[in-house]
Design a protein around this ligand. Structure first.
Ligand code: SF4
Length: 368
């Protein structure tokens, strides 16, 4: 399973002509914990960002989120990476909350529900990670209506030929309207930091899952036509579901993930029930060892709780059968519950800080 999954990511990276993490790491004065673990694993045109970092020039990172429920540990990986770029290199971070998309693709029943989720769960959840309000801009699409003016301009620069070449469309698609709508809005979010109101053209980086790559390609095409700098991208591997490595953690399946706002007893129960790479027979596990690559607990620890040294030690202890799953889960529980307790205090505080982060800048340049 591990090999299959790693192969999937490697094949995708090669098929799309992306560069590997090793090359990315060569460009930077330091590497993030997720780069070292090969979780952030591929990039396109990262050289522009590395040059901006080396010259201490401004650059921006964009990473959007669809508000469909509370944040979980899978989201934390993305925000940890954004925060690392901000703390180490002063990145300006733009986080569009795509409630319109959640509604258009039927992930939420109404715009009202998507707004409630955005303001009650997602925005305080993001602020609680510790972003700098002076360098972080959050906006909810349907409340930041200026984004639709940008979408209008973007649409003028989108040709059907390029859209077809990027997405294919050889077969019938279920909801083409949603795809086109989403395309124009997502491209506007990527272009936004380069508009006059935000300091004009600058290197920008999109941090996303590899499924978003077609949108990056389109944004590069549109940026060129609009006289802007073509956006770069880096890609992150999704955190495994608690049910096993076949799927990723998903907001819509409470049993696949630990929400960052889960009560301690709920989180404990999820850890108890989580899929592991161990054997039901303790003796067998002592002899043969566990399979950390297939284990959802090891995945959580790898993404969030182990430093370089303890990562190697834990990997060896598991694969050589020096530790059994019960003991290992007990240790994981302690770390996870401690983190949740601290995070949830910050989450409550963040509810009163939303105004400092919400983008209100009117966009006029696009109408000139
Ligand atoms: S010992 Fe720990 S890391 Fe290894 S399979 Fe069991 S729970 Fe997973």
């Amino acid at each position: 399973m591990k090999k299959l999954k790693e192969k999937y990511y490697e094949n995708k990276r090669d098929e799309l002509g992306l560069n590997s993490i090793e090359r990315l790491m060569k460009y930077l004065p330091a590497s993030s914990p997720l780069m070292k673990r090969n979780v952030t694993y591929a990039h396109l045109d990262f050289e522009k960002i590395a040059t901006a970092i080396a010259k201490k020039e401004p650059f921006a990172i964009i990473s959007g989120l669809s508000p469909t429920g509370p944040l979980h540990f899978g989201h934390k990986a993305i925000f940890d990476e954004l925060l690392w770029f901000q703390k180490n290199f002063g990145a300006e971070i733009y986080i569009p909350i795509t409630n319109d998309e959640a509604y258009v693709v039927n992930k939420m029943d109404s715009l009202k529900d998507s707004l409630k989720c955005a303001y009650e769960e997602v925005i305080p959840g993001i602020i609680a990670f510790g972003f700098d309000p002076k360098k972080t801009k959050l906006f909810v699409d349907s409340d930041y209506k200026d984004i639709y003016n940008v979408a209008m301009q973007v649409s003028k620069n989108l040709s059907l030929r390029v859209v077809k070449r990027t997405f294919g469309f050889e077969e019938e698609i279920d909801n083409p309207g949603a795809l086109f709508y989403r395309g124009a809005i997502q491209l506007s979010q990527i272009i936004l930091p380069q508009l006059k109101e935000f300091g004009g053209p600058k290197p920008t980086l999109v941090l996303a899952g590899i499924d978003q790559h077609p949108y990056i390609l389109l944004s590069r095409d549109v940026a060129k036509k609009m006289g802007l700098i073509e956006p770069s991208s880096i890609y992150i591997k999704f955190l495994n579901s608690l049910a096993g490595p076949q799927n990723k953690m998903s907001t819509s399946d409470p049993n696949s993930c630990i929400y960052l706002t889960d009560k301690p007893e709920v989180a404990e129960k999820k850890i108890d029930q989580a899929f592991t790479g161990g054997s039901p027979l303790a003796e067998k596990q002592k002899q043969k060892g566990g399979i950390p690559e297939a284990c959802s607990i090891f995945s959580l620890l790898k993404y969030h709780f182990l430093d370089d040294k303890s990562f190697q030690e834990s990997y060896l202890a598991c694969s050589k059968g020096k530790v059994l799953c019960n003991g290992c889960k007990k240790g994981a529980k302690k770390m996870i519950l401690e983190y949740l307790s601290e995070y949830q205090k910050r989450f409550e505080k963040a509810k009163g800080q939303m105004d400092e982060f919400l983008l209100k800048t009117p966009i006029k340049s696009i109408l000139e």
